[in-house]
Design a protein around this ligand. Structure first.
Ligand SMILES: Cc1cc2nc3c(=O)[nH]c(=O)nc-3n(C[C@H](O)[C@H](O)[C@H](O)COP(=O)(O)O)c2cc1C
Length: 308
């Protein structure tokens, strides 16, 4: 029988912040925690990443906004949120009470909006890092800017200048060269990179001849995108020296282990939360069991162990 003392140490430190485990929630998939808190011990979570928050409230796209496909999920929520002041007043106090790290994901229409959000959040207690969403595929300018290394560099520099909080730049996979985006972020002051956001996808109803999402196209997530995400982490790790957080289709402890082997220092779990609200804590337990099966006592022994 496993004793508590023999459990592997899952803790990781990145961007100067200590995380109890490398398993975090992914932005937009667990709200601000209360959606999953009834099902899982949030103390076992490394971090809770919030849904993207913008300066002004955003209503989001019309319904239907999500579709299940045979190989993953499509969503076009359109970054619906209450805006930064309501977030600080209503959500942040609840987040601060959670026994986990808090990572606030921010999104803007323009570079000065990103900088203003970073500046505003720096005044608030209880935020361990900012994740800067440069990658949403469901809003008109989301991809064009986020796929341009010049813009990624400029935006990273503006956010860097606006805050002392660690910044994680979240990249889009909807580009032919994700490594150059990562390099631009790293060169302009990013503390870490997270990858990937969703891939542009579409579903059509062959009876009505209509698109299944009101927005017509949306972002594909879930197991279908895991190979794309692993390749992205691999390419980014070769391009930059800062830590990478792997995201995309993680459903199990061994899925998480594969990202760590490729070089991720932590991972985020998204779509799995919709299927199983306890996914994150189960994945943390499974990762521990996997490490034990390999005779490893620390998760850090697994990071970057890829043999090519
Ligand atoms: C319903 C839904 C909403 C999302 N909202 C956001 C968001 O607000 N900001 C963001 O950066 N990513 C958002 N994402 C992307 C996820 O954080 C994650 O990058 C993506 O889903 C891939 O991970 P997964 O395959 O584990 O779901 C959203 C994903 C889904 C499925």
């Amino acid at each position: 029988m496993t004793t508590r003392a023999s459990r592997p140490d899952l803790s990781v430190t990145l961007a100067g912040v200590h995380f109890a485990t490398p398993i975090w929630t992914a932005s937009g998939t667990a709200g601000t925690g209360e959606e999953i808190a009834a099902w899982c011990d949030t103390g076992k979570l490394g971090g809770m990443v919030t849904k993207s928050v913008s300066l002004e409230p955003r209503p989001g796209h019309p319904y239907p906004r999500t579709v299940e496909t045979a190989s993953g999920m499509l969503n076009a929520i359109g970054l619906q949120n209450k805006g930064i002041e309501a977030f600080i007043a209503e959500e942040l106090p609840r987040l601060r009470q959670m026994p986990t790290r808090v990572i606030v994901n921010v999104v803007g229409w323009a570079i000065d909006e990103y900088a203003a959000l970073a500046h505003r959040l720096t005044r608030e207690e209880g935020i361990d890092a900012l994740e800067v969403n440069l990658s949403c595929p469901n809003v008109s300018r989301g991809i064009d800017n986020g796929a341009d290394p010049g813009w990624v560099g400029e935006c990273t520099a503006a956010v860097r200048a606006a805050t002392t909080t660690p910044i994680i730049i979240k990249l889009t996979p909807n580009t032919h060269d994700i490594a150059s985006l990562a390099r631009a972020a790293a060169d302009h002051g990013a503390d870490a990179i997270s990858a990937i956001n969703t891939l542009v996808g579409m579903a059509v109803n062959h009876n009505t001849f209509k698109p299944r999402l009101a927005n017509i196209t949306g972002g594909l997530s879930g197991p279908a995108i895991k190979p794309v995400a692993l390749a992205a982490v691999y390419k980014i790790k070769k391009a930059v020296d800062i830590p990478v957080i792997g995201i995309g289709g993680i459903m199990s402890g061994t899925d998480a282990a594969e990202f760590l082997i490729v070089g991720a220092s932590a991972v985020q779990v998204g779509t799995a939360n919709f299927r199983h609200p306890d996914a994150t804590t189960r994945i943390a337990d499974e990762l521990g069991a996997y490490l034990q099966s390999k005779g490893m006592t620390r998760v850090t022994d697994l990071i970057g162990r890829l043999e090519v």
